[in-house]
Design a protein around this ligand. Structure first.
Ligand code: ADP
Length: 492
C-alpha cells in the first residue's frame, strides 16, 4: 500500500471538505508523455464511498428543495469560475492524460465551462404536464430528482465527462458521488474544488480510487439511487448487473467501433480532412466515437487512401504541452501495449497492407512516452479482430465496398452502435444511408465532436440513455410523479 503526503488540491471532496482516503493509501499519477510519476491522489475504498454516499444523502434533503432557478444560478457561477481557470485546467488535463494542449485539452476545458452554462440555463425547464381528465379532476406530473447519483467516469476526456454527469444531475436536484478515473483524476479534482466554491457541502462529492474497489463499492452501495457510467462495455455490464440487483435506473455510455462510409463522389480533400477528424487522431483515437472502420468505395479506394496518408502524415506527435503538437501520448502502459498488440497483429497478417504508421519508435524522444503513430491498414476485412474490437488507439482499417447494401451490412455487423459517418455530395443517398446505419449518432459530411443540445448516446452494446441534452437530463436524472386531485366535492 502506498502512502504519501497529498497536497490539498489533490485531495478528494467529501461533504464540502478536502480529505485523504480513510486508509491513507494513495495512487501514483503518471505523465504518459514521460512515463514518470508526477503526483499522488488518495486511494478511496469502501469506507470512503460509504461516507460520501451518506454525505450526499444528507445534502439531498435540502438540495432537492432549492428552487431550480437558484440551482441553475449556482451552475452558471461554476461555469464562470471554470472559464476563468481554463488555461490552468487545460494544462493539468494535458499533463495527466497525454492529450495535446492545443488540439484537445484546451477545447475540453472550454467545453466544460459551456456544459455548466448550458445546464444552468435549463433549470427552468423541469416542467411537468397536466392531463385533460375533465373539470372535476386535476392530474399533473412533477419531474422529481432521484436521489444520490453514483457517477463513474473514464480518463479519455475526464473533466468534460465529469461535467456531463455533475451539471445535469445537480440541475435536476440530485446530489452526486463521482468517482474519477485512476489514470486522470487531477483535472476532475480541480473541477470539484471550483464547484465547491458555489455549492452547499455534500451536494457534490468526488472520490479518487481504482475501479475494482472504489468503483465497485459505489456501484453496490444501497444509498445510491441512480448509476451513471461512462467507460468500457465490459465494465458497463457489471454496473448494469449492480443496478439490476437493487432495481436502480442506470445510464451507460460505452464503447464503439464506428463506421465511416465514403461514396465515390466524396473523393475530395474536405472528406479526407473530415475522416481525420472523425477518427479522432488528435486524441490518439482514444474516443468511443472514433470512426475507426473506413469503408471506401472500390472505385476511389487507392486514390482516397493516398490523400489520407499524405494528410495524416503531417500530424505532429510530441510533447502534449507544446503548442505545435497535434497528437500526444496514449494514457498508460496497459493501453499502449494493447494498441501495439493490434498493430503487431496487422503487421503479421499476409493479407493486410500497411498504408502508414506501424509500431512506435523505439529510440529518440518519442520513445520516452507512450507515443503511438497513426497507423492505417488497407485492404482490411470487416471480419478481422482489428475491425471488430475497440482498439482505443490510432489504428484505422480501410475496407473496400462496391454495393451500398453490402457497405451498410458491414457497417451494422458490429455489436457496437455509437457513432457513424457518411460522406457523399448526393444528400438523398447520404441520408438514406444515415437512416439505415445502426448508430445513436450519424454525421453526414463531417467528423466533428458532440455539441450541447444533441441527444448523444448509443444503441446496441454502446449504451443506454442519452447525454448532452435537455431530454437526456430529464430522462436520466428525474423521475415522474403523477398527482391526481379531485376538485369537486362529489366523486367524479
Ligand atoms: P477504460 O478501459 O476506458 O479505462 P473502464 O471501463 O475500465 O474503461 O473504466 C472506466 C471507469 O470505470 C474508471 O473510473 C474505472 O476505475 C471504473 N471501473 C473499472 N472497473 C470497475 C468496476 N468493476 N466497478 C466499477 N467501476 C469500475
Amino acid at each position: 500500500m502506498q502512502a504519501c503526503a497529498v497536497p490539498d488540491a489533490r485531495r478528494m471532496l467529501l461533504d464540502g471538505e478536502r480529505v485523504d482516503s480513510a486508509s491513507g493509501a494513495t495512487i501514483p499519477i503518471l505523465n504518459p508523455a514521460s512515463r514518470s510519476v508526477f503526483a499522488h491522489v488518495p486511494r478511496a475504498g469502501a469506507e470512503d464511498v460509504d461516507r460520501a454516499v451518506k454525505a450526499a444523502a444528507e445534502a439531498f434533503a435540502s438540495w432537492r428543495d432549492v428552487p431550480p432557478r437558484e440551482r441553475g444560478r449556482m451552475l452558471l457561477r461554476i461555469a464562470d469560475s471554470v472559464e476563468a481557470k481554463t488555461e490552468e485546467l487545460a494544462r493539468i488535463i494535458a499533463t495527466e492524460t497525454g492529450n495535446a494542449l492545443r488540439t484537445q485539452a484546451r477545447p475540453e476545458a472550454g467545453l466544460t465551462a459551456d456544459i455548466f452554462r448550458y445546464f444552468g440555463g435549463l433549470a427552468s425547464e423541469l416542467k411537468g404536464e397536466t392531463l385533460p381528465l375533465g373539470e372535476h379532476l386535476l392530474s399533473y406530473t412533477r419531474r422529481e430528482p432521484i436521489g444520490v447519483v453514483g457517477a463513474i467516469i473514464p480518463w479519455n476526456a475526464p473533466v468534460l465527462l465529469a461535467a456531463l454527469k455533475i451539471a445535469p444531475a445537480l440541475c435536476t436536484g440530485n446530489t452526486v458521488v463521482l468517482k474519477a478515473a485512476e489514470d486522470a483524476p487531477l483535472g476532475v479534482l480541480m473541477l470539484a474544488g471550483t464547484c465547491q466554491e458555489h455549492l452547499p457541502p455534500g451536494v457534490l462529492n468526488v472520490l479518487t480510487g481504482y475501479g475494482h474497489d472504489c468503483g465497485a463499492a459505489l456501484g453496490a452501495h444501497p444509498g445510491v439511487r441512480k448509476l451513471s457510467f461512462t467507460g468500457s462495455t465490459e465494465v458497463g455490464k457489471l454496473i448494469m448487473e449492480q443496478a439490476a440487483r437493487r432495481v436502480v435506473p442506470v445510464s451507460l455510455e460505452l464503447g464503439g467501433k464506428s463506421p465511416s462510409i465514403v461514396f465515390p463522389d466524396a473523393n475530395e480533400d474536405w472528406a479526407v480532412e473530415g475522416i481525420i477528424g472523425a477518427m479522432r487522431f488528435t486524441r490518439q483515437s482514444q474516443s468511443c466515437t472514433a470512426g475507426s472502420r473506413l469503408f471506401l468505395h472500390a472505385s476511389i479506394f487507392d486514390e482516397f487512401l493516398e490523400k489520407l496518408v499524405a494528410r495524416t502524415s503531417k500530424l505532429r506527435l510530441g510533447d502534449p504541452l507544446d503548442e505545435s503538437t497535434d497528437m500526444g501520448a496514449i494514457i498508460n502502459e496497459k493501453q499502449f501495449t494493447k494498441v501495439c498488440g493490434y498493430i503487431e497483429e496487422g503487421l503479421g497478417r499476409s493479407d493486410a497492407r500497411l498504408a502508414m504508421g506501424g509500431l512506435p519508435p523505439e529510440t529518440g524522444p518519442l520513445s520516452e512516452g507512450f507515443f503511438a503513430r497513426p497507423t492505417i491498414f488497407a485492404d482490411a476485412s470487416n471480419d478481422w479482430r482489428l475491425a471488430r474490437e475497440e482498439i482505443f488507439g490510432p489504428v484505422l482499417v480501410a475496407i473496400r465496398w462496391e454495393d451500398v447494401d453490402d457497405a451498410i451490412r458491414m457497417a451494422n455487423d458490429s455489436h457496437y452502435g455509437l457513432a457513424a459517418f457518411v460522406w457523399s455530395r448526393d444528400i438523398g443517398q447520404a441520408l438514406r444511408t444515415a437512416h439505415r446505419v445502426e448508430a445513436g449518432w450519424v454525421q453526414v459530411n463531417q467528423g466533428a465532436g458532440q455539441v450541447l443540445g444533441q441527444s448523444y448516446g448509443g444503441v446496441k452494446q454502446s449504451g443506454i440513455g442519452r447525454e448532452f441534452s435537455l431530454e437526456g437530463m430529464l430522462d436520466s436524472f428525474t423521475q415522474k410523479k403523477c398527482v391526481t386531485v379531485n376538485l369537486g366535492l362529489a366523486a367524479p
